[in-house]
Design a protein. Structure first.
Lengths: 113, 447
């Protein structure tokens, strides 16, 4: 078995249509339940907007604190799911279902180990 | 300085024989460059046999060992080592009765030795591969050729298409990295990097080594066929007579096409692709003369390869009988219509148009519409063809402008035709095509 990170790439700025958002939330929740039932779910979570982020950098023996995200971009990490499956084909299969549920691009990346 | 062609010794495969055993360069091996350590001036018959076995059996050997060890890189390195051993032993011991079996057995032993050493150094990866090898299950049920698994791994959709092409030629075709780099006009370091990255992704992301499930097979097969056809077209468009390495790509693509047919005899599109490649390739000798490219209508049909045509036409009949038409089959059928015409004016254009109509349904694209318009022009005249071409969204595509130029020329509108030839010339980097188009344009101005 191997673990994969499924990242949800969210567009920065603007708020989605409330009806669409409600549908997405329901679909993602249903998929999350399916993943648990099938025993592939390891962890999942949605994140607050990037402007809630704080960045820490170790410099010259002290740590500098900066308000805001590490990098501003057109897209940001909106949430993620970690799954444990046999191989990339299985990971891509779950990733496709997550892309459909979230209506957003999903990046699939293997964990080391 | 030697006038002779130097053998290629930069191969990343087992060195010591001219890479790409099928190329003409191997006969031009010179004695001038041989060093004291070299085994001799010209390849011995055993060396030539190693080279031939390498090209023919590399894919099978890598495929079998990948299943044994569950790791593509372990398999490839072991196969390389086995060929190096063969090169040392076969000239003195003689070529074994089953060269491929010898290579696979030797490679297996090498891999196990190698992995044991690594595993004893707490290398988890090696331990896993060794464990995999010990647990190797006996083959049960219908024996599926390991090469088919390798095909689908090399052409996995999680790999970019240039990487799919490179891996397929490297692992299945047994071409060296420098050969692939030259064929695709890419610096050798870039190609090496592309292959290393692709193999690392297969390992790290765990791209599985297996034939896709039935429901995924049509999609995945489309990707595999596209890779082989891309290899073919890369060779075909470059086939100007002065670029042997790239011409070899056509032969390599046909070889891969035959392999796909052998591995998937029930897939009509695999048959269709092979038929298409054979029929297009059959015109190779007639396609270029001392002045450059020759249009289909002007080709000396006596110079077409009758064997390739016969085989291609038989394949077209065989796949059409299945009643599951696809884009490659229909394109092959169109080529077969041309092949069966003893002269250009005997071409059954009605049949060609009907086949393009079918192709437009199966694989709609403006390029198909363009080709169909050319056939309509033959059937109903250039004005009818031009009317179909006018609105196609293909501005900048050199073939689009060349077709328009020719139709305008036939409609006696030379000024507009010249502009279209200029646009066509601006749209292609291919020297032979530019020369051809320039010639047509200049011919226009004289009349």
């Amino acid at each position: 078995m191997a673990q994969y990170l499924l990242s949800v790439m969210e567009p920065t700025g603007g708020t989605p249509d409330p009806d669409l958002l409600r549908q997405v939330m329901a679909d993602v929740e249903a998929l999350d339940r399916t993943m648990r039932d099938e025993g592939v779910w390891v962890f999942a979570g949605g994140l607050h907007q990037p402007d809630t982020a704080t960045v820490l950098r170790a410099q010259d023996g002290r740590v500098v604190v900066t308000d805001g995200p590490f990098a501003e971009g057109k897209e940001h990490l909106g949430g993620f799911t970690i799954i444990d499956v046999d191989d990339l084909d299985a990971a891509l299969e779950w990733g496709k279902r997550l892309a459909v549920a979230t209506t957003l691009p999903i990046e699939v990346r293997p964990f080391r180990g | 300085m030697t006038p002779h062609e130097q053998p290629d010794r930069q191969s990343d495969g087992p060195s010591g024989w001219p890479a790409g055993g099928s190329s003409a360069g191997s006969s031009g091996r010179s004695s001038a460059g041989s060093s004291a350590g070299s085994s001799g001036d010209r390849p011995t018959s055993a060396e030539r046999q190693v080279a031939a076995v390498f090209r023919a059996e590399h894919g099978r050997a890598v495929a079998v060992l990948t299943r044994s060890f569950g790791d593509l890189s372990v398999a490839e390195e072991a196969v390389q080592e086995a060929f190096v051993v063969a090169l040392r032993r076969w000239p003195t011991d003689g070529v074994p009765a089953s060269p491929a079996g010898w290579i696979i057995t030797t490679a297996r032993h090498r891999a196990v030795d190698h992995l044991r050493r690594e595993a004893s150094r707490e290398d988890r990866h090696a331990q896993a591969a060794l464990l995999h090898a010990r647990d190797e299950p006996p083959e049960v049920g219908p024996v599926q050729d390991d090469r088919l698994r390798l095909v689908f791994t090399c052409c996995h959709p999680a790999l970019a298409q240039p990487a799919q092409v490179a891996l397929t030629l490297r692992l299945l075709g047994g071409l060296t990295t420098p050969e692939i780099a030259r064929a695709f006009l890419v610096p050798e370091a870039t190609m090496a990097q592309r292959i290393v990255r692709a193999k690392a992704k297969i390992r790290d992301a765990r791209i599985p080594y297996r034939v896709p499930r039935d429901e995924d097979l049509p999609d995945r097969l489309t990707g595999v066929l596209a890779v082989v056809y891309l290899v073919f077209t890369a060779g075909h468009t470059a086939a100007t007579g002065d670029d042997l390495v790239r011409e070899d790509l056509c032969a390599e693509a046909i070889r891969l096409g035959r392999l796909l047919v052998e591995l998937m005899p029930d897939e009509p599109e695999a048959l269709g692709l092979l038929a298409l490649m054979l029929l297009v390739n059959s015109r190779r000798a007639a396609r270029v003369d001392e002045h450059g490219l020759v249009l289909l209508a002007d080709q000396d049909r006596a110079r077409w390869d009758a064997d390739e045509i016969a085989e291609g036409e038989a394949l077209v009949r065989r796949c059409l009988r299945r009643g599951r038409p696809g884009p490659y089959q229909v394109q092959a059928a169109i080529q077969a219509v041309h092949s069966s015409a003893t002269s250009p004016d005997r071409t059954d254009w009605r049949q060609v148009v009907a086949l393009y109509d079918q192709l437009r349904v199966l694989a709609p694209s403006p390029v198909v519409d363009l080709n169909r318009a050319v056939a309509v022009a033959e059937l109903e005249g250039p004005a009818a063809g031009l009317a179909l071409v006018d609105d196609l969204p293909l501005a900048g595509f050199h073939v689009f402008h060349a077709v328009r130029a020719d139709l305008l020329r036939r409609l006696d509108r030379p000024a507009e035709a010249a502009d279209e030839y200029d646009a066509a010339i601006a749209g292609t980097d291919n020297a032979a095509e530019r020369a051809f188009l320039t010639q047509r344009r200049d011919g226009l101005r004289r009349t």
